[in-house]
Design a protein around this ligand. Structure first.
Ligand SMILES: NC(=O)c1ccc[n+]([C@@H]2O[C@H](COP(=O)([O-])OP(=O)(O)OC[C@H]3O[C@@H](n4cnc5c(N)ncnc54)[C@H](O)[C@@H]3O)[C@@H](O)[C@H]2O)c1
Length: 296
């Protein structure tokens, strides 16, 4: 018998602990599927308020899962026990086999985070980014383990959306992809593998639709409600583009568009109306108003 094939070796690697960095919209969703997937999960954020809010939302989601029969009661109790929080990156990363970052969509912030993380996480740990568009290779270059850096692009809301785009940076190894693929599957997700390119597959298409919707709204083609209705009933989109951008966050969407505009060209130039909304602080559901109002 020859040496074990890579796939045989890979099957022996198991991840027990996942650190999720950033407890915003995405981080709390990833932590939720992670604890349900059987992983001890440490959710980290620099803001205690974000951690408190995330903890109560995850607890409420588990309770709702039990109430609607989607999650067994004992599974919810065990899952809740797997969750802990920390404001310290070093503490969160210390025992992690996989770290998934979900901090704001700014390359400088992410590059700095990966450099720090590289020193804090065990040498064997895989470092993943939930970026919607940015370069995994650039984050990997800030570490001494570029083969263990990968994109894990989850979708919002994480507990409902089936897909994780696995993004292969220039030096991401097959083993890293294999391990993260299995972690995503344990979290109940399906995966596709995408070679790194700005916006991957999904964001690259989705932001074009969303940006065009703002351009149409600005030029008075139809009201926001009618544009949403047209795409839902005429094109079978589950949500209208304005409902979706309110869920995603207008600031996050603008950051993605600005990056794709720089890297892929003029067709991604952000709509002036979207920029105005962000300047006005209308960032979406997370602040109670975006294109629509969400009275609390
Ligand atoms: N919102 C979406 O629909 C969506 C979908 C897929 C991917 N993403 C990506 O996920 C990432 C996070 O987006 P989000 O919408 O959850 O953002 P968010 O603004 O809701 O949350 C970001 C969180 O990160 C925290 N944070 C900031 N700097 C930090 C640091 N250095 N260390 C630890 N925590 C820090 C903030 O306090 C905040 O709680 C972005 O890269 C975004 O592109 C977002």
């Amino acid at each position: 018998m020859g040496p074990a094939q890579p796939s045989e070796r890979n099957r022996r690697v198991t991840i027990q602990t996942i650190a999720v960095l950033g407890a915003g919209i995405m981080g709390r969703g990833i932590a939720y599927v992670s604890v349900l997937g059987g992983f001890r999960t440490i959710l980290q954020d620099t803001s205690q308020e974000a951690l408190d809010r995330a903890t109560s939302e995850i607890t409420a989601l588990l309770e709702k899962g039990v109430a609607t029969g989607k999650v067994a009661e004992d599974a919810a109790v065990t899952a809740r026990k797997r969750l802990s929080t920390s404001r310290s990156l070093a503490d969160a990363a210390r025992e992690a086999g996989l770290v998934i970052e979900a901090v704001p969509e700014t390359i400088d912030v992410k590059v700095e985070l990966f450099a720090t993380l590289d020193r804090a996480a065990p040498p064997a740990a895989i470092l993943a980014s939930n970026t919607s568009s940015l370069s995994i290779t650039e984050m990997a270059a800030a570490t001494k383990r570029p083969g263990q850096v990968v994109g894990m692009h989850f979708f919002n809301p994480v507990h409902r959306m089936k897909l994780v785009e696995l993004v292969r940076g220039l030096e991401t190894s097959d083993e890293t992809l294999d391990i993260t693929d299995r972690a995503a599957q344990a979290m109940g997700k399906e995966t596709v593998i995408v070679k790194e390119s700005p916006g991957f597959v999904t964001s690259r298409i989705n932001v074009l639709i969303g940006n065009e919707a703002f351009t149409m709204l600005e030029s008075g083609v139809a009201s926001a409600r009618d544009i949403d209705k047209a795409l839902k009933l005429g094109l079978n989109h589950p949500m209208g583009p304005f409902e979706l951008v309110d869920l995603v966050g207008l600031d996050t969407r603008l950051s993605i568009l600005e990056y794709l505009h720089r890297t892929l060209g003029d067709k991604y130039r952000p709509s002036p109306l979207l920029i105005q909304y962000v300047k006005a602080g209308r960032l979406g559901r997370k602040v109670g108003r975006g294109v629509y109002e969400y009275p609390s």
